[in-house]
Design a protein around this ligand. Sequence first.
Ligand code: GRF
Length: 190
Amino acid sequence: MVLKKINTAVFISGTGSNFKNLIKFSIKKKNKLNIKLVISNNYKAKGLYYAKKFKIKKKIVNYKNSKISENHILLALKKNNIRLICLAGYMKILSKDFIKRFNGKILNIHPSLLPKYRGLNTHQRAIDNKDKYSGCTVHYVNHKLDSGKIIIQKKVKIRKNDTSVTLAKKILKQEHILYPKAILKVLSNL
Ligand code: GRF
């Protein structure tokens, strides 16, 4: 049986380690994930290097005007028949309208055990709060920041000598395992 591939776009703003990891996952495993497009609001994003390396189309939008930028993005998504969006360190908030159009088809990875620590600086906040555990979450995106339905989470122990840097490193490693798992779960229902 031929697997029907789901064309997917990954949205990034920075390093792109999750982007790279998802590309590798899509290539190796026999699954429905087909990363066809990367979108970035930042032409300097390091992660764009992987688009070149793995020959994935890229679209960069400058966000001077959010509405116009989102229209450009929507056009690129349409042209490429994109059915799933994976946010991976994308530092722009998508509008309600945009999210509505892709309702239930936008995923995000967040470096905390949501609903704890929405937004930024999650690792430092977990340490300052003397939490025993932090971790990462893959969730659907809705109109409220980091608040959509949770798909899957992974706990990571916070050790006494952890700093936000060491904790971020440990959690990022787990993110690279968790995001593909979440995608497999979502794709099995598409
Ligand atoms: C990750 O920690 C992710 O959880 C957060 O942004 C970071 C992106 O890292 N949303 P990278 O660019 O994938 O390396």
